[in-house]
Write a protein that binds this ligand. Sequence first.
Ligand code: ADP
Ligand code: MG
Length: 492
Amino acid sequence: MTAKHPSFCQRQHGTRFPLTSFSDLGLSPKVLTAVTEAGYSEPTPIQEGAIPHALTRRDVCGIAQTGTGKTASFVLPMLTLLERGRARARMPRTLILEPTRELAAQVAENFDKYGKNHKLNVALLIGGVSFDEQDRKIERGADVLICTPGRLLDHTERGKLLMTGVEILVIDEADRMLDMGFIPDIERIAKLIPFTRQTLFFSATMPPEIQKLADKFLQNPARIEVAPPSSTAATVEQKLVASKGKDYEKRETLRAIIDRQDDLKNAIIFCNRKKSVADVLRSLQRHEYPCGALHGDMDQHSRTTILQNFRDGKLPLLVASDVAARGLDIPDVSHVFNYDVPIHAEDYVHRIGRTGRAGRKGKSFTIATAKDAKFIDAIEKLIDRKIDWEDGNLSSIAPAEAGEKAEPRTRRTAKKQTAAPSPARQSEPKAVPAQDNRASKPETTADKKPAVSNRPANDDRKRSRRRDRDDDHTPVGFGDDIPAFMLIGAKN
Ligand code: ADP
Ligand code: MG
């Protein structure tokens, strides 16, 4: 059976590109066979636009929403181009930069899938795993290096990697690279690669800073822009839910929303900060919702396991920060819950893009407090529509009294728990992930300790703290329950 990508429908309406099949794009027979076996019936608009240019070795600037198949837009032509020539020891032929370890791992999976008829050496250089295996792959000669910027620089600084043979550089998820502060790293990396290289640049959004970056890295690029970055899919029902602003009140609101959903299959709960991810995870687990969390400080093994459990449906709720969830290939998410209104309006579009894919219906609920009015305005302006409120709007919630003393969270949330169990809880009572032993900690300890304390377990720790941060909007201080320093895992 062959699968149509959801953006295929978009193309039929927009008729930006003539109808094309994969075999019209100039890809090699080996690649075409793998694509057919992957079950894709036709290219997505970004693939259709980008692949022919990439195959002529032209620079490409591709802009298309999350989930529109940007990965294959560079993987397929790279596979075709790599069929000629061989890798030399310590001199990779191509380099792909990804902002997070998950995305890097997903790109590697794409090479496995589409490159199964090729004999290519693909090396994944990401933080949180040991250098030894990575060194061996580099030493053997890599056709493709897939890296997070920090780990790549670690390798080049160790002198074991020569970038002078790189023919193709891919900068993927450029807008997220910017958000994460990776641009200086990318500039350093780009300087190590010959000027004559081909550069393929992909982003979901194109704010002015990203345009500047593209101008700097690309030479006379073919620009392919598929959908306006500000659009959310029509298949997603979007709602705002007014809530009082204290953390425990927001968590109560969140549980109430989850409990109301009778069609909840799986959901991502987005928080603006790592600390909220930890708090929300701990609170939901305490209330026996089967959930896991994903954020930038987790070690690779925990991330992969959590993500796999989420994909398999073992953990139907995933609490995540924007960075950790960026571009992840998670098919068919029924709900998105925004525990926080995103500070950057574009993040709203990304978050909502996790649901309503493949023409399926999706739902999103955004918890809004009195402080969020201006962020909601910005989002509505960006997506060019009003989002409906569920039961009253911000004016219906009394502003929190200044100086009101919050009760200890644990007691309060436990007392206020509603009787109606959520569908998720019914289907999997106490399905706390086995690998996540923090969930079994008593409440008192859980209150003092981080719910998510996974730290990179090796020498990458310092660097990853700087480079993999996903709380760049973090207001500093003790505004919430736990001081930030308590969220840093115990040194081992
Ligand atoms: P992006 O990088 O734009 O966020 P991905 O490359 O991760 O998107 O692709 C999103 C999803 O679309 C993946 O599940 C991928 O397997 C699927 N996909 C990609 N290309 C096609 C295609 N031509 N037809 C059907 N599905 C596709
Ligand atoms: Mg992507």
